[in-house]
Design a protein. Structure first.
Ligand code: ZN
Length: 59
């Protein structure tokens, strides 16, 4: 069982859903898994995938 943190109100809960506001709660893991970082990484990964795909098509 792991501790989760509500994305909305910041409450800690053992559930994956906040018991207070019913919002999604996530494990406050390393910073690179934060919402902001995952957005940035997702963007970067999509760009990388696109580039890789283009390179494959050029062969
Ligand atoms: Zn909450």
């Amino acid at each position: 069982m792991s501790l989760h943190k509500c994305l909305k109100c910041g409450s800690y809960t053992l559930q994956e859903t906040c018991t207070k506001c019913k919002e999604k709660a996530v494990s406050p893991a390393p910073a690179r898994f934060s919402i902001e970082h995952s957005k940035k990484y997702g963007k970067y990964r999509r760009a990388l995938m696109k580039k890789m795909k283009q390179e494959q098509e050029n062969k």
